[in-house]
Design a protein around this ligand. Sequence first.
Ligand SMILES: NC(=O)c1ccc[n+]([C@@H]2O[C@H](COP(=O)([O-])OP(=O)(O)OC[C@H]3O[C@@H](n4cnc5c(N)ncnc54)[C@H](O)[C@@H]3O)[C@@H](O)[C@H]2O)c1
Length: 296
Amino acid sequence: MDALVGRGDDVWVLDSLANGRRENVAEGARLVELDIRDADALAGAFAEAKPETCFHLAAQADVRVSIAEPAFDAEVNVIGTANVLEAAREQETKVVFSSTGGAIYGECDGPADEDSPRLPLAPYGTSKLAGEEYLGTWSRLYGAGHVALRYGNVYGPRQDPHGEAGVVAIFFGRIANGGELHIFGDGRQTRDYVFVADVVAATLAAASGPEGVYNVGTGIETSVLELAEECKRASGVEAEIVFDPPRLGELSRSVLDPSRAEEALGWRPATSLAAGLEATWNFVRTAEGEGETGAN
Ligand SMILES: NC(=O)c1ccc[n+]([C@@H]2O[C@H](COP(=O)([O-])OP(=O)(O)OC[C@H]3O[C@@H](n4cnc5c(N)ncnc54)[C@H](O)[C@@H]3O)[C@@H](O)[C@H]2O)c1
């Protein structure tokens, strides 16, 4: 959104604020508060905005919620996505859908490419995969040219350090507050951490790229234990690591091969983990410092 406003686009943000925050809407962007499950409201907003491109990020994005409430997860991620596609069809809008690599491929035995088996371990992965399939169907049926991007583990400034997900922000939040870093299991489970600015660049590239499904990751695996050490290094703060029991259903390896995105979209990640962590730490340190007198 910031990148779009920055380059002078007319930007509309459609969000229920279920999880999003009004203060994160960039100055110059217009916020329409609506639920993507409400097809009429969505169609009305699209009819007014007549967007060239729709970056479809609205989602129920919490794996644990998807396990506890699979029907709700499907309502938002499947029905909601079908509603977005219909509203977009009426305005001939191209959709760039934010999907997920980790939750769709499941356990990886090396960098997963887009043709790797898709074995979601949680309803969230299944509902995002269904969303992708809907995009593919709309592209075949109407020649819509939609794109789905399978993100790795996105991290960076503005991620909530007090949430349940987003391990980088959580680690930095604990570090900023003098806490311990909790790791589930032995910490050897790996993830593909991709910096938010790189994800923005891929998402913008997809708007003018060929239809299809593309991984947006680095191809580099980092264990949670390595990540904890890197977070300590980036912050220059010593923090104790505590090992908690492993969580049921947690993947041991998750890593994405970004080659197809490089070939088709001309995109590749540009930010090293060290540089991305430094930028994220600077943000969390400032935000947590400002929050010290607040309600936290
Ligand atoms: N963060 C990651 O590492 C990651 C990885 C892979 C994919 N993704 C995808 O990227 C997108 C953004 O993820 P995020 O981590 O910023 O999640 P998030 O929960 O912070 O953002 C989701 C947004 O959707 C909005 N929303 C939720 N339900 C809605 C509804 N019914 N109608 C309208 N708006 C609704 C929320 O208010 C929020 O602003 C999601 O589609 C997610 O599946 C994220």
